[in-house]
Design a protein around this ligand. Sequence first.
Ligand code: UDP
Ligand code: MG
Length: 309
Amino acid sequence: MLLSVIVPCYNEEENVPLFYEELMKNSGFFEEKALDVEVIYIDDGSSDSTVEEVKKLHERDERVKLVSFSRNFGKEAAIYAGFEKSSGDYVVMMDADLQDPPSLLPELFGYVEEGYDSVATRRVTRKGEPPIRSFFARQFYKIMNKISRTDIVDGARDYRLMTRQVVDSILALGEYNRFSKGIYGWVGFRTKWVEFENVERIKGETKWSFWGLVLYSLEGIVAFSTAPLALASFMGIVFCLLAVALIVFILIRSIFWTDPVGGWPSLVCIISLVSGVQLLCLGILGQYLAKTYLEVKKRPIYLKKEEID
Ligand code: UDP
Ligand code: MG
């Protein structure tokens, strides 16, 4: 049996060897279960010496493999590349910064042996994270679960142990705008959730800015829900009904009462409001159109620069 460990890395030169050491603390467990291991580092266009660090590891241990991108394509692309490259019967995704503790592996593997297809992890605390970020993250999951039929779990990490069958199913979803948390939920299968306390990153800094996360969450909404489009139609209906009511009101008023010229301020308010709503709806439509445009171009999800087996 082969276990593929996929590690996306973007400027993680310090963490590459540390991760390897930490993972190999499980070697006793791998032996006990007669598991062969391959560690696939995906270099997501790092500008530091991440690639050199991986090559050093490869010289020491042939089980270390590398796929290097031509530029930074984002973590989602790295995950996809890792799945494509993996050949294991089991595949596990882990961050290079050790926020996904490799010490949990035996526990996760236990559940796969029990017959689960996929063992996912979620952190129950967000210790060490800025409170504003945690607050918005929670709101995002709340809204998302209201407007999407796909289950997206609060605090879910990308740390997952999956069987080959699940990985192949994920690979079958070749969409360009990838939102893994949704994709995992969408493919389904029997999933066991394992909870753990948040671990802070050991070296380096998070690659996510606040705005980066906001844009990512919008991407998730557009990818896994059409509720905003329905909202646009809903607002259209509301405003049509309002307009009819206003026409009736004005007709009746001008028939039974004399109507002095006036109402300039109210007219300006109405025009501003309605044009605002129109632009908002147009914007929503534009978001979906933009994503469709990117999808239709069928560009590759990533470009390889180098590969080491
Ligand atoms: N990462 C990546 N490409 C990117 C950004 C991040 O491959 O464009 C990797 C990064 O090297 C790390 C993992 O994704 O292994 C998680 O990133 P990070 O720790 O910055 O995110 P956080 O844990 O703060 O959500
Ligand atoms: Mg991290």
